[in-house]
Design a protein around this ligand. Structure first.
Ligand code: MG
Ligand code: ZN
Length: 382
């Protein structure tokens, strides 16, 4: 006890007594990084399993020897998913809740309940110089990815949505739907050329993702299919490679941090089709992405990973006659249902995702985490 007091007293004594002018060096210009709140991440990886409710997660886990990568995520919460016009949300309203923080109507892409465009977290991140990425196993103009880069009153206006991608400088785009850019019905424009003119390297499924250049002086648009990508069961296998590429690319792109949304799009399609094996195979592919993102973030140390779904699909139940070797399921719907949806988080700021909250709060929490809440959220008319 005494010795711990002696040293400060001696230092104080000499500090006071010292008459020698000491050359005082001005403090170094502060490195922004050292002033950043340690509880805040530099990067966010946002993982959306479309239609991935608790039953889908449980089914995938049981089919995987009772294991899921989600067990490695320390924080769990629940979100309430209703849309502005329906107790049961669709993927467009749900994605817009996540991307814009507004409760809007089913079918809305990046617009509010009055069809007015609302700035997305991805657009805010771009404005602040962060790198951004969108990866999906649907087309890139499908509701979930579209709601980060496009503003359209109706989700099926795929060609108009494709055009909106030209107004946002998304650094990495990976998904299907090449035809909506290349062979358009409503105008003769070739948006692949427009993307190239805006500094994109445009590639498609004829090139392996492993052969994509890690050239961060260009943006990347990689089309995995002309229309919808195949289900995993029919040979699609790009999502994990796309995730690895995207995270490495975005980290190298600049030093401002990044926002990436990576979607397991077809868990939902298995639910709509009421096909247990479709749900399981899509879930297992996504589970590998969930595992990889957490490992990547753990190594990085400055990355928050948030995993959730937009809604449950199919009203899936795991039936009492199930055994570990033979899972028996039932579906109560071919559409989405209204159960609350789990949220899993890992990394700096993960603790903010505990509890029960609205789906729109996921936007608010992510925007705060990236210090984007002071960004001008007004949107220029396009
Ligand atoms: Mg989707
Ligand atoms: Zn759906």
């Amino acid at each position: 006890m005494r010795s711990s007091l002696v040293l400060p007293i001696i230092i104080l004594f000499f500090a006071c007594k010292s008459q020698t002018p000491v050359s005082v060096s001005l403090p170094e210009p502060m490195d922004l990084r050292t002033t950043v709140d340690q509880s805040k991440p530099k990067n966010i990886i946002f993982l959306i399993g479309d239609g991935m409710g608790l039953a889908q997660i449980t089914l995938g886990m049981l089919a995987n020897g009772d294991k899921t990568a989600l067990e490695e995520y320390p924080v769990v919460g629940l979100h309430k998913s209703r849309s502005s016009d329906n107790l049961i949300t669709d993927s467009a309203a749900a994605a817009t809740a996540f991307s814009c923080g507004v409760r809007t109507y089913n079918g809305a892409i990046g617009v509010d309940a009055d069809t007015l465009p609302v700035k997305t977290i991805l657009e805010m991140a771009e404005d602040e110089g962060l790198a951004t990425g969108l990866v999906a196993t649907s087309t890139i103009v499908h509701a979930t990815p579209a709601s980060y880069a496009a503003h359209d009153p109706y989700r099926k206006n795929y060609e108009a949505i494709a055009k909106d991608f030209l107004d946002v400088d998304v650094d990495v785009l990976i998904g299907g739907g090449k035809k909506y850019f290349e062979r358009r019905e409503f105008d003769d424009e070739n948006l692949l050329d427009s993307l190239r003119a805006r500094g994109y390297i445009v590639q498609d499924f004829l090139t392996e993702i492993s052969d994509l250049p890690l050239d961060t002086s260009a943006n990347i648009a990689y089309f995995t299919a002309d229309t919808d990508p195949l289900p995993v069961a029919q040979g699609r296998d790009y999502l994990l490679d796309a995730t690895k590429y995207t995270l490495d690319y975005l980290k190298q792109k600049n030093d401002n941090g990044f926002f990436a949304m990576i979607e397991g799009s077809q868990i939902d399609w298995g639910g709509h089709a009421n096909l247990q094996d479709y749900v399981i195979s899509e879930y297992l592919e996504y589970d590998a992405v969930i595992a990889y993102a957490k490992e990547w973030a753990e190594q990085d140390g400055e990355t928050l990973v948030v995993v959730t779904a937009d809604h449950e699909t199919g009203g899936l139940a795991i039936q009492p006659e199930s055994t570990p070797d033979s899972l028996v399921t039932a579906f109560t719907s071919t559409y989405h249902t209204g159960v609350m949806i789990p949220v899993f988080a890992f990394g700096p700021g993960a603790e903010n995702f505990a509890g029960i909250y609205d789906n729109t709060d996921i936007f608010t929490k992510m925007v705060k985490a990236l210090n984007l809440d002071k960004v001008d959220s007004s949107i220029e008319n396009e």
